[in-house]
Design a protein around this ligand. Structure first.
Ligand code: NAD
Length: 491
């Protein structure tokens, strides 16, 4: 892991601090916390631990920066974002190593994330020059009207650990493009990538206070200040349903705009005329990416009876071929999970499934452990549609795939929708028309027909029901950070 240490020093400074009002600071508490490499259990870095006073100082800095950043013409905002993109692109390989080191995801996946992080910032940079507005002449007798889209105000962004760069790009890129300063609280497991991104913005000359980053091992003490502060206009959160609900309640007291990207429990419908080889190849990726720790990960496959045996045989062979190992090795398909708590959760869900009508087809073993985490072999549990284990209605956030045999497409769709979540879903069908018909019936925010989802900056993304509120990415993702003002002009 020598390379990752180099990346930490190079990108975030030898003693990573908080980034507040354009400067690096050790923070008001003087406390620090350690960031671990889940692959080895070793300490990667010691980071300043933000407290309530730091959160208040960051909001004050962001509020002071708001008028200037909001009034900066789109073209000039673009120039700053472009400078940060150039700085990140120059260091993209190091950013990938940092992501790999903090999360334990295989280096190839970390490289893909670093690339996406940079190109999403780039895309949002361009959007600064295309912010919407409307005008009417003669909207009433003797009156014209304009509808302005103004920055909503200071944004508090709270991100998860599973995509520590990409999640920051989706929130910070969109908010900065819209003219909003940001106070970012990254996940305690992965603050270094966020600090590296802040460094790129500092290099690019972002005005002080426009981006502030508060690593902390006490998310509630920072979160409470951000959620209660009258100068924070909007909170954009990605993470678990439990914390999302809590933040929504906290935000109610000051009536903030709340954007929530919460958990998922993505169903997959495999029809009798589907290309099974394609389905297997896509699903293996869609399930076991990041050791199964992705919100859009395929959780449950509903396969119609007539093709179930062939599908399960091909899927099992493919899953047994996956290699679990050190994330820095190019041969590894899965690294460790983020921490032991995550390992224990997925093990408990596997046991619950097997105790409730499911059969273990393969995997689910702890292969190697350290003090921080463990490597788990990719698992499949199968069941019949008329006796589906109750735990399949929960988010399966690890390398466990549920496969359920169904009578027909109708039963598959009914079971696919039998969960509170509605983030992503997938369909494998012999024709686009059949695929589209099922896509319309799935109660989710994004569907892949004959493909796993890919992240493209122009496509809006988000959940329905317990998976969240609002949309991230795409033009819709920028507009979430804009406020509409209607002006009528009498002549
Ligand atoms: P988590 O909710 O535990 O943590 C997410 C963030 O919230 C972290 O930054 C954490 O420090 C912070 N947090 C925790 N308690 C807080 C509090 N009291 N006040 C303020 N902030 C607080 O989630 P996680 O385990 O890091 O991430 C996994 C979850 O995120 C899964 O459910 C996954 O599906 C979801 N997720 C969703 C998306 C999406 O786009 N919908 C993307 C990635 C992850």
């Amino acid at each position: 892991m020598t390379t990752s240490h180099t990346a930490v020093e190079f990108l975030a400074g030898t003693e990573p601090g908080l980034f507040v009002d354009g400067a690096w600071t050790p923070g008001a508490t003087g406390e620090t916390f350690e960031v671990f490499d889940p692959a080895s259990g070793r300490v990667l870095a010691t980071v300043a631990d933000a407290g309530a006073d730091d959160a208040a100082a960051a909001v004050t800095a962001a509020a002071a920066a708001l008028p200037g950043w909001a009034a900066t013409p789109g073209w000039e905002r673009y120039e700053v974002l472009r400078g940060a993109v150039e700085a990140m692109r120059k260091n993209q390989d190091d950013l990938a190593v940092l992501i790999c080191a903090e999360t334990g995801k295989p280096l190839a996946e970390a490289r893909a994330e670093a690339r996406n992080t940079v190109r999403f910032f780039e895309w949002f940079g361009h959007e600064t020059m295309r912010l919407p507005g409307q005008a009417w002449s003669d909207v009433a007798a003797g009156r014209d009207a304009v509808v302005l889209q103004e920055p909503v105000g200071v944004v508090a962004a709270i991100t998860p650990w599973n995509f520590p760069g990409f999640m920051v790009a989706c929130k910070v890129g969109a908010a900065l493009a819209a003219g909003c300063p940001v106070v970012l609280k990254p996940a305690e497991q992965t603050p270094l990538t966020a600090l590296a991104i802040a460094k790129a913005f500092q290099t690019a000359g972002l005005p002080p206070g426009v981006l502030n980053v508060l690593p902390t091992s006490h998310p509630a003490r920072v979160g409470e200040v951000l959620l209660a502060h009258p100068d924070v206009a909007c909170v954009s959160f990605t993470g678990s349903r439990r914390v999302g609900e809590l933040l929504m309640r906290e935000a109610a007291a000051t009536v903030k705009r709340v954007l929530l990207e919460l958990g998922g429990n993505a169903p997959v419908v495999v029809l009798d005329d589907a290309d099974l080889d394609l389905a297997v190849a896509q699903l293996v990726r869609a399930r076991y990416l990041n050791a199964g720790q992705a919100c859009v990960a395929a959780n449950r496959v509903y396969v119609v009876e007539s093709v179930a045996a062939d599908f399960v045989a091909a899927l099992t062979e493919a899953v047994r071929g996956l290699r679990v190992g050190d994330p820095l090795e190019s041969t590894s398909d899965l690294g460790p999970m983020i921490d032991l708590a995550a390992v224990e959760r997925i093990e408990a869900q596997l046991a619950a499934a097997v105790g409730d009508g499911g059969s273990l087809v393969t995997g689910g073993d702890r292969l190697r452990s350290n003090d921080v985490s463990a490597y788990v072999s990719p698992a499949i549990v199968s069941a019949d549609g008329d006796r589906q284990p109750g735990v399949f209605a929960e988010e399966l956030f690890g390398p466990l795939l549920a496969v359920v045999r169904c009578r027909d497409a109708d039963e598959a769709v009914q079971l696919a929708n039998a969960t509170d979540y509605g983030l992503a879903g997938y369909v494998f069908a012999g024709s686009a028309a059949r695929g589209m018909e099922i896509a319309r019936r799935l109660r989710v925010g994004s569907v892949g027909v004959n493909c796993a989802l890919v992240s493209e900056p122009q496509l809006p993304f988000g959940g329905v029901r317990a998976s969240g509120l609002g949309r991230e990415r795409g033009r819709a993702g920028v507009e979430e950070f804009l406020e509409t003002k209607t002006v009528q002009l009498g002549r």
